[in-house]
Design a protein around this ligand. Structure first.
Ligand SMILES: C[S@@+](CC[C@H](N)C(=O)[O-])C[C@H]1O[C@@H](n2cnc3c(N)ncnc32)[C@H](O)[C@@H]1O
Length: 200
């Protein structure tokens, strides 16, 4: 990516973060190290349907897209209109749906999608109240294929906080398998990825 494009990406992200801090939940886009690790959960063969929740300026979208084979479908649900506008201009290969992931089933019905094989979420879970966390997780689980995967990013700096602990418990209540992966230090703040399978 050229320096100019990178600057535009950062400007769009930081602008939204300043306007809507609790919706964006981060000061910088996710690092390429986390993005590369997240992308490995996406099937690299066949024609899977892959869904990002909260793509922001698409820090995860490029690495995911590069892994997908021809025939795969790559969608993203983003609530912030400015991020949506940015993504539609900068990443025209991404099927961007403007909307709230709380209404996922309806949004996917409108896009003609029945089930998805992978959900990649970077919604700021720990800033949400527990009932909202669970509502969103149930929505995500309800659109997943039985052998699908749900993956999400949390920050190591907030692991001991009550909202993060509540979120991990909500993950365990929603999925039969919840696998924490190794910590990734090269991110602001350092991150941990969870991969979850078999919605209950
Ligand atoms: C921490 S940012 C992550 C952005 C990007 N995926 C990254 O990793 O750099 C969270 C994103 O989730 C979006 N978001 C928050 N709540 C949402 C919701 N209910 N539905 C859809 N998007 C949401 C925000 O607008 C923001 O773009």
């Amino acid at each position: 990516m050229s320096k100019r494009k990178k600057l535009r990406e950062y400007w769009t992200f930081m602008n939204s973060a300043a306007r809507q801090p609790s919706t964006v939940g981060a000061v910088l886009p996710t690092s390429r190290y986390v993005a590369a690790a997240v992308a490995t959960v996406v099937p690299s063969y066949g024609a899977p349907t892959v869904l990002e929740l909260g793509p922001g300026t698409g820090a995860l979208s490029g690495p995911i897209q590069r892994r997908l084979a021809e025939g795969a479908r790559h969608l993203a649900v983003e609530i912030d209109p400015k991020m949506v506008h940015y993504l539609r201009c900068a990443k025209p290969w991404l099927e961007v749906i403007e909307g709230d992931a709380t209404h996922l089933r309806k949004l996917l019905d409108e896009a003609g999608v029945d089930q998805v094989d992978a959900v990649i979420s970077s919604i700021p879970w720990t800033l949400l109240p527990p009932d909202k966390q669970r509502e969103l997780l149930l929505q995500a689980a309800s659109v997943m294929a039985p052998n699908g995967v749900f993956t999400t990013v949390t920050y190591l700096t907030t692991l001991w906080r009550q909202p993060t602990r509540a979120f991990i418990t909500a993950l365990q209540d929603t999925f039969d398998e919840v696998l924490p992966r190794t910590a990734i230090w090269r991110n602001v703040p350092p991150a941990r990825i969870y991969a979850c399978r078999r919605p209950r």
